[in-house]
Design a protein around this ligand. Structure first.
Ligand code: ATR
Length: 288
């Protein structure tokens, strides 16, 4: 980080809770590598105080901020303009303030896409399975549909929520979609890419997984878990044991931050800096 001085610009994250966020580490590291005089700090916003938080951001001339749980949808009501992708996903995780106008983006879907591409995945004509039907699942589904997959199967404990995402996809894109419960998994023959979007398996309850059936894991080419702590969830361990290529959620977290950074500072981060900072992030999280 630069020494804080009269020219330092402040960026930040609003959410509740924010105590365990890695975003300050990522943004301040990128700022140092790119020699940008800024500081990124978390802001814990109490329930019912989002309005005050946005007023403060406007009043203080803050140039950009991220939004995390539980405000990604609620924040949309306060923005002057929302980019198409964020509008479709129904969630904003990045706001850029230009001439007092608050412009909303969703960089989660892009972050996941970049992370998958770097793992060698392609999406064209693929069959996708998404476990879970919350906000993260919706961003994953839209990202896949926008990259020309053939088929998306959404599996959820509450089938109505999966059906809501299916309906949205059917309204906007031409592809085959299905919404099913976990007990219908045997209807699926082959899955190119399976995204695990539920919180099951996250530290400290690392023995949990939404699926334990070996038959299911044998159908997968790629298994992606949005969780990054632990680095290998039970879901990923089981998929790997059945021959799937696995990827955790750290890349998604990292590249959504990279995309936000590039929007705010109007820069393209060179590849060697991207790689170096990702190595540092990995070390910081997994080599304690
Ligand atoms: P996010 O916005 O991070 O995606 P969310 O909206 O709370 O979080 O969604 C969490 C998802 O994990 C939901 O699909 C939820 O299933 P339900 O819609 O049936 O609630 C799923 N999930 C959470 N706990 C689960 C459990 N024990 N078994 C199966 N699915 C679970």
């Amino acid at each position: 980080m630069h020494r804080i001085d009269g020219r330092t610009k402040t960026f930040g994250l609003i959410g509740n809770p924010v105590e365990h966020t890695l975003s300050p580490y990522i943004h301040n590291m990128l700022a140092k590598s790119m020699d940008i005089n800024m500081v990124y700090t978390p802001f814990h916003v109490e329930h019912g105080r989002l309005n005050d938080a946005i007023k403060a951001i406007r009043g203080l001339g803050i140039k950009g901020f991220n939004i995390t749980v539980p405000y990604k949808s609620d924040v949309m009501a306060y923005l002057d303009c929302i980019d198409d992708k964020a509008q479709i996903i129904g969630a904003v995780n990045t706001v850029h303030v230009i001439n007092g106008q608050l412009i909303g983006y969703n960089t989660d879907a892009d972050g996941l896409y970049i992370s998958c591409k770097r793992k060698g995945m392609t999406f064209n004509n693929k069959t996708i399975c998404i476990l879970g039907a919350g906000g993260a699942a919706k961003a994953v589904a839209i990202m896949c549909a926008q990259h020309n997959v053939d088929k998306i199967i959404i599996v959820n404990r509450t089938v109505d929520k999966a059906t809501n995402i299916k309906t949205k996809l059917d309204d906007l894109y031409t592809l085959e979609t299905k919404a099913i419960s976990y007990d219908k998994l045997n209807q699926i023959d082959h899955i190119d890419i399976c995204f695990q979007t539920t919180p099951l398996g996250m530290y400290p309850k690392t023995d949990r997984t939404p699926i334990r059936d070996q038959d299911f894991f044998h159908k997968l080419e790629y298994a992606i878990d949005l969780i990054y702590n632990p680095s290998e969830t039970r879901f990923l361990t089981m998929a790997k044991a059945c021959g799937a290529i696995s990827l955790n959620g750290l890349g998604m977290l990292y590249y959504q931050a990279v995309k936000a950074f590039e929007i705010w500072h109007n820069v393209k981060i060179p590849d060697h800096i991207l790689e170096e900072c990702l190595v540092n992030l990995n070390k910081m999280i997994y080599c304690k």
